[in-house]
Design a protein around this ligand. Structure first.
Ligand code: G4P
Ligand code: NA
Ligand code: NA
Length: 190
């Protein structure tokens, strides 16, 4: 995780006590070498779990998801935040509330792309309170699919989302683990 770690230490900005900006390599401009490293690391950590599909939510999750899916050689499915007119037929839906944005959105996947035969790896860029992740897990449950685990690029431990889900037995692997960002100082768990 050398590239990712260097980027986090030298190219991210703590904008408040709880928001880290990573616009120059993940959230706006994307560094393909960093993404490739992330994808390979998730594939390594979940090797042997027979993943059939990677699942994420648009928009920022897609690059992480694609890098992971390419390494695992399985499809990437991304939940959509607006029901598209082209999304015909049945779909699974989950409502998620964003504390960051103070709004809730529905996320959708077409039921034809997720079934009880799937073994799913969920990935995302950030884990904060875990609302988005819980929504994605509900989609997996609705499909009757097996949740193999969750891969997160940056987990903000102090926001607690990971703790609650791990206590429920969800396997969450996070690559960068932030203990705190108080006074614009980034404190990582080693
Ligand atoms: P939660 O889902 O874990 O509960 O977190 P929250 O509601 O706070 O997250 C809402 C959105 O904000 C998500 O993006 C998430 O990736 C992003 N986010 C959370 N914490 C940070 C942070 O410290 N830095 C940055 N840059 N983003 C953060 P989203 O709404 O799904 O938007 P997008 O994927 O379209 O970008
Ligand atoms: Na995201
Ligand atoms: Na985001």
């Amino acid at each position: 995780m050398q590239l990712l770690k260097e980027k986090i230490l030298h190219n991210s900005q703590v904008v408040s006590d709880h928001i880290l900006r990573v616009d120059s390599f993940i959230n706006h401009m994307i560094d393909p070498a960093v993404m490739q490293e992330i994808g390979q690391e998730f594939a390594r950590r979940f090797s042997g779990t027979q993943i059939t599909k990677v699942l994420t939510v648009e928009a920022s999750g897609i690059a992480v998801g694609l890098a992971t899916a390419m390494t695992l050689e399985v499809p990437l499915l991304f939940a959509k935040k607006k029901r598209p007119s082209t999304l015909q037929g049945d779909c699974y839906l989950a409502n998620i509330y964003s504390f960051t944005k103070n709004e809730s959105v529905d996320i959708y996947v077409a039921s034809q792309f997720l079934s009880c035969h799937d073994r799913v790896l969920i990935v995302d860029d950030f884990l904060a309170r875990g609302e988005a992740l819980k929504g994605l897990i509900r989609l997996v449950e609705q499909a009757g699919a097996h949740l193999a685990g969750v891969g997160i690029v940056i987990e903000k431990l102090f926001q607690g989302g990971g703790k609650a889900l791990r206590e429920q037995g969800v396997r969450i692997e996070s690559l960068i683990r932030i203990k705190s960002m108080e006074n614009k100082q980034l404190h990582l768990e080693e």
